[in-house]
Design a binder for this molecule. Structure first.
Ligand SMILES: [Zn+2]
Ligand SMILES: [Zn+2]
Length: 104
């Protein structure tokens, strides 16, 4: 990310590395006065995307035994069907239990 931005009026390269202290407006813009011609212009800040990673975990469904990537865990999924005797189930079993719960 470059820390300079060209003034749209005179083309002067303004140093932005200390310009972010005032905080940004909600749309990532702020007004900056050109160091050269002293005209205010709007600066749009682009943030680089950041990535986090985690392992892909396949866990067995406690009900039907199929290994699934999106396992539904009790305590992490709401509502968790009371009828389920298990704490980790696959989506299919979860959906079935939910459906059974609501058809009561
Ligand atoms: Zn300027
Ligand atoms: Zn299952």
């Amino acid at each position: 990310m470059s820390d300079t931005v060209d003034c749209p009026y005179c083309g002067h390269e303004n140093d932005m590395s200390h310009a972010l202290t005032d905080g940004l407006s909600s749309n990532n813009t702020f007004d900056h006065e050109c160091e050269e011609c002293e005209t205010e212009f709007e600066v749009y800040v682009e943030f680089e995307p950041s990535y986090t990673s985690s392992e892909i975990l396949y866990e067995p469904c406690q009900k039907c035994g199929s290994e699934e990537r999106d396992i539904y865990k009790k305590g992490r999924v709401f509502p968790f069907p009371e009828a389920l005797q298990h704490t980790k189930v696959c989506k299919k079993c979860y959906m079935e239990a939910i459906a059974a719960e609501y058809s009561k």
